[in-house]
Design a protein around this ligand. Sequence first.
Ligand code: IVH
Length: 657
Amino acid sequence: MSNEDAKKRIKKLTDEINSLRYRYHVLDDPTVTDEIYESLTQELVKLEAKYPQFKQAHSPTQRVGGAALEKFQKVRHEVRMLSLSDAFNKEDMLDWEARIKKLIPDAKLEYFCEVKFDGLAVSLRYKSGALVVAATRGDGEIGENVTENVKTIQSVPLDLPIKKDIEVRGEAIMTKDVWNALNKQQEKKGKPLYANTRNAAAGSIRQLDPKVTASRKLQFYAYDLVMDLEQTTTHEEVHEKIKALGFKVSKYQKHAKNLEAVFEFYDHIGKLRETLPFGIDGIVVSVNNLELFKRLGAVGKAPRGMVAYKFAPEQVATVMENIIVQVGRTGKLTPIAQLRPVFVGGTTVSRATLHNEDEIKRLDVRIGDTVVIQRAGDVIPDVVEVLPKLRTGKEKKFLMLKHCPVCKQPIVRRGVDYFCVNAHCPTKNLRYMEYFVSAFDIYTVGPKILQRFKDEGLISDVVDLFYLKKEDIQSLERFGEKSAENIIASIQARKQVTLPKFIYALGIAHVGEETAFDLAQRFGSIQKLMNASKEEINAILNIGEVVAQSISDWFRSKRNRQFIEKLLKAGIEVEQVKIHKTALTGKSIVVTGTLENLSREEAKEAIRKAGGDWVSSVSKNTDFVVVGDNPGSKYDKAQKLGVKTIDEKEFLKLLGK
Ligand code: IVH
């Protein structure tokens, strides 16, 4: 074969195999047999070996090739990967719509519905139409580079019909068939089983060896597109675009004119759920109009214009054999039901939470009772009901402890919960350390290792972790030089953290990832947050009285402040958040009358986003009053006090709009 012919043949084979792949893996509609597909691929492999200079960058033979990795590199997402807030029933959905209407009263709302895949979110970055990076969601800001693994997924195109820079997001999933077959193999090999299709998909993507991922036959369903969407006005059109780019999109989707139609789709999909080849845990509902969607913005990590409408959690009955009391990282004592193991929601469970003493009384649940438990997603199941008819008379009432089950110190009640307030309670401290290393992504140090380090006297709090030396660890039994090195390296590698992560890792009561993110956005540095007043914290849109109090109390404690100092002294570097300073930053602003371009809520949020304080009444401390149509008495008061007033036009200018 001449060079010229070889080149042509390689190109033709590449294109043909790719289009057959598309028919088979994206459209689920193959046009040739597997044998034909396979023989064409073999021919290409041979030709490429002989004429490597003609190999195409997007050749199908490039999908599995990469060598096993040592670990995954981090990737910063160019656009943050958000998550969704949940709704569980019609009422939640009506509330969601009401919140939108409050923000944008005259909005004409139509929705787009699609199934919510139970897999792992993946982002695909294309440069000039070629796949360059595939990453997991991670914490939304930083994910892991899993490009080599994602390339093995046949429904992911390696190149696109348009040669642009775009990002496509979607879900890597494993079908139920593949999951069952995989578990059979795992069982044969004596390896742990995957509890559900989601864990299996996630576990398969996070394999260091791409060959293992390739063997797992994952699929990728696309649902979002990050690019210039000038010509596109609805979410529905975005889906069409994604499909036209060669991605697999779910056929279970619907444009719904109102919530009634959304409820119909939800019921319809709910009935189909069991028969679908892949796992889903609900539907995703979006405000279809992209302009409205954008205006609605985000709360914490979730867009306001989109919601996960989840299916009812699964319920089963089992026997509660005992109640134990668990000590959490904040010292909170949680009664836990120990169950006769039972399969629910795709997993075998043997524990459920009873939350607190009041809940035990409300349920009137006794040791030995047959109980109904329910499980939603990843969380520990709840006991929802007792089946009293099945009682034998031998069931025993539970008495709440008077002392911490671990350190035996007296406990105190706060609200509905009891707390161990002993600063030196060993379990409480251990639980906090576990929380901290997980928040800091120190994967090499799990609960068992922490316990061991503690028992060996190597650490007494998390700060000590950062002072550990290789020699400290390698001298311990069962730890070699290599594992000691790994542990030290992974701890040291986590010394630079983002501000949200640092705040989250402090373990302040009521401060989850979202609140930590909001605090970081508002204050920009840990020092500023430490010195913030309760009022300033409370002024953040998504933070209410109780949470603000908890945060403020936490930072007032001398012990906690010293803890932060110690962390910083140990070399933790907290990346500051750049607060976009505007003319409104730090200003106290009142709005009166009706604005033409912004609803009241929108104005409020815009001010807060710009770092200003939205206040409801005028005082001499007010920096200025924004005056709309038909202003009320606030305008008069501003005049009287000599507070500066501005009109809407000027206000928009200050907002940079
Ligand atoms: S839209 C704002 N559409 O659900 C981020 N997400 O709870 C939502 N998911 O991280 C993107 N199916 O992993 C979207 N059809 C779907 C989805 C979907 C599953 C996952 C995704 C996301 C999570 C949010």
